[in-house]
Ligand binder design. Structure first.
Ligand code: FAD
Length: 341
């Protein structure tokens, strides 16, 4: 294939906001080849932010989370493979392996995002009644716990933890937030902002304990209490852990993983970075979204500079961004929405 010819088949792994926005942008930019978006989760691409807000509160239903209507994918001839985990990739042969299927590609983009940090099993993190908050499936698992009068301990005083705490209070639970750092929102907001949210939560009856870590979760089979490092014990009917994210681990079997080059065998998402004039000044990358290791650091909320910014800006990207997928050049503008390329 000559260098300027568009790839015949682009496969995007990870059907989160980044992956979904990329395939939509490819079509909107006139890409007419075969386009496949593969996502491990069963739900069609959806927004996560309402999970800890209106959706957890029960104010909106699942379809309101979907990034695109059901018909969009078919109308734009995008093959959605949902509930399908990519188990391995072979960059030399240009194939990805799913359960029961090997798929060939000409260009591959990894938009595999992030996974929630979990409280270690060694301190009771694997007890029943302990939940991460990242996905629709997590909410489905924990929703029945949100009943008036029950006792919730939220571990982690970041935005997600505080949002879950606010929702729980609104429903009528008794809520304690435990933050190991000296103050809540320590990684994501200024002290004044933290003061504001602390006061707001106090005013609504949320108890916040700062500067003390969790020693362990106590219970037989199911969590019954959170034991703090200073010896205090807080009774809990259930626990929500909002303790950050880590980029998705690399695919278990990744053969021929290229070096950091835009012309390597797997160069999809090749240059993802701020541009100055027509020159891409960021190092080449081969992944995008919350797990974009190639651009230096994950760009999810745990590292973002500020609330309400599009997540890709937190990755060091600026007002105009260029994404190269093979020979296709997509230019993006900062319109203040995540991954709206
Ligand atoms: C509860 C919550 C509230 C949030 N609130 C806000 C907010 O208010 N404002 C804000 O800016 N940001 C918020 N965020 C962060 C925002 O949602 C993320 O930045 C965004 O979801 C990242 O999108 P992504 O597509 O890069 O990654 P992800 O959303 O992580 O999507 C990656 C997808 O790839 C899939 N995947 C991974 N590996 C494989 C594989 N091997 N095969 C197939 N599929 C795979 C995953 O299952 C996942 O669906 C919030 C996040 C959460 C969890």
């Amino acid at each position: 294939m000559p260098d300027h010819a568009p790839p015949a088949h682009i496969v995007v792994v990870g059907a989160g906001q980044a992956g979904a926005a990329l395939v939509a942008k490819l079509r909107a930019s006139g890409y007419g080849g075969r386009l496949t978006l593969i996502g491990e989760e069963a739900a069609p691409p959806y927004q996560r932010p309402p999970l800890s807000k209106a959706y957890l509160l029960g104010e909106i239903d699942e379809e309101r989370l979907w990034l695109r209507s059901d018909s969009f994918w078919q109308e734009h001839d995008i093959t959605l493979k949902l509930g399908a985990r990519v188990l391995a990739l072979n960059a030399k042969a240009k194939t990805v392996t799913l359960a029961g299927e090997v798929l060939s590609y000409d260009e591959l983009v990894l938009a595999t995002g992030a996974e929630p940090r979990r409280l270690p099993a060694a301190i009771g993190g694997d007890l029943a009644g302990v939940y991460p908050l990242r996905s629709l499936a997590d909410i489905a698992r924990m929703r029945a716990e949100f009943q008036p009068g029950r006792r919730l301990v939220v571990v982690g005083g970041g935005y997600i933890g505080l949002e879950a705490a606010a929702v729980a209070r609104k429903i009528g639970l008794s809520v304690t937030v435990v933050e190991a750092a000296p103050r809540i929102l320590g990684r994501v907001a200024a002290a004044e902002t933290a003061d504001y949210f602390r006061a707001l939560h106090h005013a609504h009856g949320v108890r916040i304990i700062e500067g003390v870590g969790v020693a362990r979760l106590a219970g037989t089979g199911r969590v019954e209490a959170v034991v703090l490092e200073d010896g205090r014990e807080i009774a809990a009917d259930f626990v929500v852990a909002g303790v950050g994210i880590t980029p998705q681990a690399p695919l278990p079997k990744a053969r021929g993983w290229p070096s950091r080059t835009a012309s390597g065998p797997m160069r999809a998402g090749a240059a993802l970075g701020p541009i100055s004039g027509r020159r891409a000044i960021a190092p080449p990358s081969r992944s995008m979204g919350a797990g974009a290791a190639g651009i230096g650091r994950p760009c999810d909320r745990s590292r973002r500079a500020g609330r309400g910014q599009p997540a890709w800006r937190g990755a060091g990207l600026s007002r105009e961004t260029v994404v190269l997928v093979g020979s296709i050049r997509l230019q993006t503008a900062d319109r203040g929405a995540q991954y709206r390329l």
